[in-house]
Design a protein around this ligand. Structure first.
Ligand code: URP
Ligand code: ZN
Ligand code: ZN
Length: 496
């Protein structure tokens, strides 16, 4: 006979409403050594020994948010700006908003194009300074044969995704280059993320507007109409169809693109899609605010025309067209004339030239509270698109994005109990990013994370110290092949 001593749990979350992508029910959660150790009926762990007990009565308890689209510490890539957040401020902001894992970008340097070198350089920036767990997508701007040959080495390093662009001068790939990337992705089990906007249509439209002296921030939207995103989305789908390999279209903004994606999905094609809060809450009106205010909401693709467009994107989340909801946190200071939004202002263009406005909005901290407060997704759907699906799509499931005893990291976000928080107006001073504005200033929220736990440690306690995790507690997450990107057998051109 063996005698086992049961050591106390490290933490018990008592009597919460536990939400996963599949279920919602009252449970207790026991945590040991950074992992979810027990899921037990509500209050059954009330008398169990534990170092810490969190009473979550009436509160949603969810797997920590996974934000799979975050730009940190990047050089100038999208106009004149330079990222305002590094891996310290960006990840601090993430945990304060309930996100426990981010995937940021490791940009390839065109002049020195090795992907492994890009990975090493970016990994050094994150090492020892992050507040949440993290991984990287390789941002591919020059897919030479040498680089493509590095895909298998990237897989061995725990990186299983790359992002490519159909626009931006420094990044745009031609269709034949995209096909090269897709074929290599298929061979090595890499997920290809595509920024789908037609770069040639965009430069032509920009010239037309510039010739007419139509320069201010609102013309950013005019330069990038829905058709420009719709065309590129359709083309990306056709390219993926040729290689018979899955793709993920990032930051989809328009109902036109969403419909194109939905039709492809209905036809059985493995097309996945991401949207972001800016396409659920912002419109052209935000870009048209007086003076230079609109520059705060310049991102690409741009916020669309009106409420009917926002509704189309909400519908796509509800009906499964969108697999994931990310922030596309792309932080530039507003009041900064060198590397921020105001770098596009000059004496001859006092309201700026839209083509120089750094593209991107901050949002890693506000992603979850904005969308949960809106109350338009069921709690399970909310968890699915903000945590579970990103984990599955990017090869981290069920370590992340789930609450499986003995398997999943104890990454949790615990919200306030119903009626436990007064509705409040969001203000930038509440946030932890290194940006002097939020595009969601003044929005009324009814939820904010009460606690965030990272591998069992409380790192955010809103009512007792705020960010209490230590810098460097975030770890690199090795990722495997996407659960959604399974391809069988070699590609055969003779099939066509
Ligand atoms: O405006 C945006 N989204 N800027 C970030 C760059 C990108 O394409 O994700
Ligand atoms: Zn993009
Ligand atoms: Zn982005």
């Amino acid at each position: 006979m063996t005698i086992r001593t049961i050591s106390p749990l490290d933490c018990i979350i008592l009597n919460g409403t536990v939400v996963t992508a599949a279920d919602i029910a009252r449970y207790d959660i026991g945590i040991k050594d950074g992992k979810v150790s027990i899921l037990a009926p509500a209050l059954s762990l009330a008398d169990s020994p534990a170092t810490r007990v969190i009473d979550a009565q009436g509160a949603y308890v969810m797997p920590g948010g996974i934000d799979a689209h975050v730009h940190l510490a990047e050089p100038q890539l999208f106009g004149k700006g330079k990222a305002a957040d590094d891996y310290t401020t960006g990840t601090k902001s993430a945990i304060a908003g309930g996100t426990t894992t981010i995937i940021a970008f490791a940009p390839q340097d065109k002049a020195s194009p090795s992907l492994l070198k890009a990975l090493d350089e970016t990994a050094r920036k994150a090492e020892g300074v992050a507040y949440c767990d993290y991984s990287f997508h390789l941002l591919l701007s020059n897919p030479t044969r040498e680089c493509l040959n590095e895909f298998s080495a990237l897989r061995n390093r725990g990186i299983s995704s790359v992002k490519i662009y159909m626009t931006y001068e420094l990044l745009q790939l031609r269709d034949n280059q995209i096909l090269d990337v897709l074929l290599q992705s298929r061979i090595d089990g890499v997920t290809t993320m595509i920024h789908a906007e037609n770069g040639d249509m965009l430069s032509w439209m920009t010239e037309q507007l510039e010739m007419r002296n139509l320069l201010e921030p609102k013309y950013h939207a005019t330069s990038r109409p829905q058709i420009l995103e719709g065309e590129a989305t359709g083309r990306a789908i056709a390219l993926s169809q040729l290689i018979e390999t899955p793709i993920l279209i990032v930051h989809v903004s328009s109902p036109l693109a969403a419909t194109t994606i939905r039709n492809a999905q209905t036809a059985g094609l493995p097309i996945y899609a991401e949207t972001c809060p800016q396409y659920l809450f912002l419109t052209r009106d935000d870009l048209s605010k007086p003076g230079y205010e609109g520059a705060k909401c310049v991102c690409s693709p741009p916020p669309r025309d009106g409420v009917q467009d926002l509704e189309g994107i909400w519908r796509g989340l509800q009906n499964g067209t969108f697999t994931i909801l990310s922030s596309d946190h792309c932080p530039f200071e507003f009041d900064n004339a060198v590397s921020g939004k105001k770098a596009a202002i000059s004496d001859d263009a006092p309201l700026g030239r839209f083509k120089y406005i750094p593209n991107g909005c901050p949002g890693v901290e506000t992603r979850l509270p904005l969308v949960l407060s809106a109350g338009r997704l069921s709690p399970q759907k909310f968890v699915e698109v903000t945590s579970t699906n990103p984990a599955k799509l990017y090869g981290m499931y069920p370590q992340k994005g789930a609450l499986l005893p003995g398997v999943s990291d104890a990454d949790l976000v615990i919200w306030y109990p119903e009626n436990g928080i007064e509705a409040f107006e969001l203000g930038n001073e509440m946030l932890h990013h290194n940006v002097d504005y939020t595009p969601f200033e003044g929005r009324v929220l009814s939820q904010w994370p009460r606690y965030t736990l990272l591998r069992g440690e409380v790192v955010w306690d809103r009512d007792n110290g705020g960010v209490i995790g230590e810098m460097g507690c975030g770890q690199f997450v090795r990722r495997g092949r996407s659960e959604f990107c399974q391809v069988q057998g070699p590609w055969d051109p003779e099939k066509f």
